[in-house]
Design a protein around this ligand. Sequence first.
Ligand SMILES: C[S@@+](CC[C@H](N)C(=O)[O-])C[C@H]1O[C@@H](n2cnc3c(N)ncnc32)[C@H](O)[C@@H]1O
Length: 367
Amino acid sequence: MELIKSENKNNHEISINSQIKKFAINGLYGFNTIILIGMGRRLGIFNYLYEKVKSSHSSGKNIEVIFTPIELSENLNLDFKYLDGWFHLALECGILEIENSEKKILKTAPYVYDLLVDPNNEFYIGGTLGAFYYIAPAQNTFIENFKTGKVWSILDLPGDVMKDLQERGARFGTLVERLFSKKFENFCKNVLKKGTILELGCGYGFNLETWAKKYTNARFVGIDIDPNALAHAKKLIELNMWNERIEIFDIEIDEFARSFKKKFDLIILNQVLHEMNTDENYRRGVFNNLYSLLKDNGILLIGESMIPDTFTPKKRFQLFDITHKFTEVKASLFYNEKSFKEFIDSTPFTKANFIREGGDSIWVVKK
Ligand SMILES: C[S@@+](CC[C@H](N)C(=O)[O-])C[C@H]1O[C@@H](n2cnc3c(N)ncnc32)[C@H](O)[C@@H]1O
């Protein structure tokens, strides 16, 4: 095997300048953007800008939020010099722009309000980018794990980090619902109109919320094994006055399957599969239980990152999925399309359809 390639055929197509741009310039912009967003969220900067727009009753597309550094420093009680540093870098990274340099007035750059400030906007990516920010403080644990091969549990993460990460995962749930309701229009119209839905691994309840808002006459059960998450889910249910429609249980699936006597029209697993105990027999047990809890004409809907093996030639944009693998590499077990199909073949389910449209995908599994 040739060990050193001094003259790669591609070398003359890629200049050293373009590689400098890729690693140093784009890398630094990306790194700083993540740090700025992560810190901006923790310091309450984005929240302040959001409340400012809400209290002014502004609406419409491409809102620009105009403010002064002094205003933020005073309202958030933050040191002016540190804040000035944050603003300067945010201007450099294109999050902010100067509205009036003489009067020292700033504004959010185009679409920054939609993308990073308004958490209810359909294009909001602040949560996703904010979640990557947590990779930085987790580094010491990572380095230790690289050296020892230790497995950490996702449940070891602090509650606020978990909540943030789950809000990000629930965004995928919205995309899953959208794709599912498009491809299974009749099932959603007829069955889910008054149907029963189980979410296994409902966590903080963000995904349940999406479904409950859309299928207003359906009844839901959410189960999970993280009591912190379930406490939050219960609050969400109370806040929306859904106590009649949604039940939440802190219970293992096998115990739930033994004790719960009714069957469901739809069972949802959104971003849960990879986080489950990585033992294949355990997972098979879970699917046996799901089989017994599903009606004969019911659907098991799975939203999950499908991650090809490392050396599979790259076919499409997969930055988020691969980052997911990197951050949870030993705490999780991800599948690719082939290995998941093989796994389903080892369970009582007989049909598993992988449906992809654009960047979104779902597994629709049936008896
Ligand atoms: C990424 S979160 C997804 C939460 C929710 N489905 C959503 O989309 O917002 C994964 C959840 O699966 C839960 N989980 C993992 N293994 C589980 C198991 N064996 N039984 C029930 N829940 C489980 C975790 O506690 C966590 O709350």
